[in-house]
Design a protein around this ligand. Structure first.
Ligand code: COD
Length: 305
């Protein structure tokens, strides 16, 4: 098989080179806009010429934060809706109706936003599985590494994992990673019939060999250490094109994924950009506790292409 081609990004800011300065600005609907870090990130993206803000939420609370933080939103569109659930509905409907191009989560819980996105009448469904995609810059790893799913699909089955891989691979292809290396994680790197994650991983790996899942190289089960470290893989005598050089880590379930996400951010001081894929447009979906920088990088990721 062909070995993964360049480009190889090490930093999230390298992705800025993918944004075409000549393309028209995308209209970004911030759902429940009264959120300090989100407003700071949106303001930065606005003044960088990446997006035009559509701020859907309490106008009074939003303007108060803007004034306190000295954020200039002149020229932005305000949709005044002080009730958070209604603000989410209005923001999603605006994207559904073509009045905005990208959706971003503001001061609202993730499940509330996702339920609105999945609404059968006015949501952003496409008939495919929607999944969360997080792209990490970790100092100790030699390139950016993607992780999915850490925030949407709670207990993905085999067919969900196929969809999660396909969504992520398509997006990595868009970032210029032509043949991403995908590690399907388990607690161990051999099949144990009592560990469903290892069974799924082996099947996904075989499906990839038989061209049932394309445009990537899948290996699994791999344990986290041998997925990200050549040294660990060779110590365990694992022969794999993926081990130690993974572009995408597939999580067994949301608990493992979310704990890894937060461990990387809080202990390893990793930087992260996150979006929901598989909807009619990418959705910026970060944790409410994520930094302004993380939210800005996520906006860049969502507006690529
Ligand atoms: N993609 C496409 N359709 C979906 C998906 C998906 N990922 N998930 C559910 N659906 C469809 C179903 O087929 C069904 O038609 C409808 O949506 C409702 O399905 P339910 O009843 O299983 O889903 P909900 O509405 O109860 O919950 C969907 C959530 C995404 C809200 C739920 O899965 C959830 O809470 N996920 C975790 C969110 C979270 O707490 N993240 C925290 C990390 S910060």
């Amino acid at each position: 098989m062909i070995i993964n081609e360049k480009p190889m990004y090490k930093k999230l800011k390298d992705l800025q080179t993918l944004n075409d300065p000549n393309k028209p600005c995308k209209r970004l609907a911030l759902a429940v806009s009264e959120d300090t870090h989100s407003l700071e990130a949106v303001n930065k993206a606005y003044h960088a010429g990446v997006i035009t803000p559509v701020l859907v939420g309490s106008k009074e609370a939003t303007l108060k934060i803007a004034e306190e933080k000295n954020l200039d939103f002149a020229g932005a569109i305000f949709v005044d809706e002080p009730r958070p659930e209604k603000a989410v509905e209005k923001a999603v409907k605006m994207v559904h109706d073509g009045e905005a191009d990208v959706l971003m989560k503001g001061n609202i819980a993730t499940p509330s936003l996702l339920k609105a996105v999945l609404n059968k009448e006015w949501g952003l469904r496409t008939g495919q599985l929607l999944s969360h995609f997080a792209l990490f810059e970790v100092e100790s790893y030699h390139k950016l590494i993607a992780v999915s799913d850490v925030a949407m699909n709670i207990a993905p089955n085999l067919s969900d994992k196929i969809a999660i891989i396909n969504n992520s691979v398509k997006f990595l292809n868009k970032l210029g990673i032509e043949l991403p290396k995908v590690a399907v994680l388990g607690a161990i790197e051999v099949v144990n019939e009592n560990m469903q994650a290892t069974l799924d991983a082996a099947l996904l790996s075989k499906m990839n060999q038989r061209d049932q899942i394309r445009n990537c190289i899948i290996d699994g089960p791999l344990a986290f250490d041998n997925a990200v470290s050549f040294e660990s893989a060779s110590h365990k005598k694992i022969k794999s094109e993926v081990a130690g050089d993974t572009d995408l880590l597939i999580m067994p379930d949301i608990e493992v994924g979310n704990v890894l996400y937060k461990t990387l951010v809080w202990f390893a001081k990793a930087k992260v950009a996150s979006v929901i894929l598989g909807a009619s447009t990418p959705i910026v979906l970060t944790s409410r506790s994520d930094s302004e920088e993380s939210k800005f990088d996520s906006i860049l990721l969502a507006t690529l292409g």
